[in-house]
Design a protein around this ligand. Structure first.
Ligand SMILES: C[S@@+](CC[C@H](N)C(=O)[O-])C[C@H]1O[C@@H](n2cnc3c(N)ncnc32)[C@H](O)[C@@H]1O
Length: 371
């Protein structure tokens, strides 16, 4: 069955995600605001879930249409062929969001969509009551500017959950964003990467996994694996293929520093769980002692931002230290994410490239220095 899939991603990462999908051989890939669409069968769905580093989840796009009234919403949803994915006893909870539309009540839209799916399935299965005791098909909707997108989630837990985060420290960066920073820094199999404020080590772990081509979803399961319509072989085959791609021969190495000993312990455990602990060395060290290594080096970091005025001042004094320590030298590359619009002035140099994105709800920029 040929399906259209939708992969929501962090704003600013659509291009990276689309390139990744094309590289994976997925078809008809289109990047849009906050999401990337592609087409394929259940194998493509398994591949995207297991191998995508930047997508937040993979959803089946059931349909998109204009709806200004509840009748239009009901009829449009009812006609979407739910029996292809939802069996007689399966559960199908509905959740979603309404933005800038005539229909702005989320609970009402939820009820109408649920009724419409029940009505569609009732006709098909000649039943009027569904027990919903089976595996879950999480139905999601987005009503934006009177256009509704109706989707079924295939991932379950968000794809940023790789399965290696045993514990987290105070402000861990999302794995998908950390992976994107590694990609934007051009991390390759033979690179040496440093994060001088590594916290729980997410950036270095994602960089190592990327360098060694360890698929981010190899150590976890996905909601759609329990669906009767998805052939077991689809995921088994993609896992096998992803396992064959791992490059144990990569010479990648990394080092992570932080002042917080507890965070460093968490980082070590996480690296162990991710299977990259032999590639990353962690050590307690303050940023003011940072010295560029000999030869090629890629520095990627997510420094503290500070939320109150006093903390912002403290964070900015760290940016100044970084500017002094991150010397402009041949073979050195620096990538820093921060929401501070004054970063370049305090750091002391204009970035060679910048990219706007979000870290959680915070509008940030990724500053890249490589010339
Ligand atoms: C935003 S967190 C980094 C989170 C990390 N990316 C992760 O995924 O867990 C910033 C880190 O900077 C560390 N830090 C703060 N001041 C520092 C300093 N002077 N030298 C080194 N590390 C410092 C903090 O302990 C904290 O772990």
């Amino acid at each position: 069955m040929r399906l259209t899939f939708c992969a929501p991603c962090i704003f600013g990462l659509e291009g990276l995600c689309a390139n990744e999908f094309k590289f994976l051989g997925l078809e008809n890939v289109r990047a849009e605001n906050g999401r990337v669409l592609f087409e394929g069968d259940f194998s493509a769905m398994a591949k995207a879930n297991i191998q995508s580093r930047y997508a937040e989840r993979i959803q089946i796009l059931m349909g998109e249409f204009h709806a200004e009234t509840y009748d239009e919403l009901f009829e449009g949803v009812k006609a979407l062929g739910w029996e292809n994915f939802i069996g007689i006893s399966d559960a199908f909870p509905v959740k979603g969001r309404c933005l800038n539309s005539k229909l702005m009540s989320v609970p009402d839209c939820q009820k109408i969509i649920k009724k419409a799916i029940v009505s569609g399935l009732a006709q098909r299965y000649m039943l009027s009551w569904f027990e919903e005791t089976g595996p879950v098909r999480q139905v999601q909707f987005l009503l934006m500017n009177d256009r509704v997108s109706v989707l079924i989630d295939t991932s379950g837990a968000g794809l940023h959950k790789r399965g290696y985060r045993a514990q987290s420290n105070e402000a861990p960066i999302k794995e998908t964003l950390a992976a994107a920073m590694a990609e934007l820094s051009g991390v390759r199999a033979n690179h040496f990467v440093t994060d001088p404020m590594c916290g729980s080590g997410t950036i270095l772990i994602e960089a190592a996994m990327k360098a060694m081509r360890i698929a981010p979803g190899l150590k976890r399961y996905f909601a759609c694996e329990r669906w009767s319509c998805v052939p077991q072989e689809a995921f088994a085959r993609e896992r096998e293929e992803a396992t064959d791609l791992i490059r144990k021969d990569a010479s990648f190495e990394a080092e992570g520093f932080d002042i917080d000993e507890a965070a460093l312990q968490v980082a070590e455990q996480n690296a162990e769980l991710a299977g990259v602990s032999d590639r990353i060395r962690f050590e307690k060290r303050v940023i003011s002692l940072f010295k560029p290594a000999e030869g090629y080096q890629t520095v990627i970091t997510n420094p503290p931002y500070g939320e109150r005025l006093l903390d912002i001042r403290a964070a900015e004094s760290l940016y100044k230290v970084m500017g002094e320590r991150f010397a402009k030298l041949p073979g050195k590359r620096y990538t820093i994410i921060t929401p501070d619009d004054d970063f370049e002035r305090i750091f002391g140099r204009k970035a060679d490239k910048r990219r706007k994105t979000y870290n959680g709800t915070l509008k940030c920029q990724i500053y890249m220095y490589y010339k």
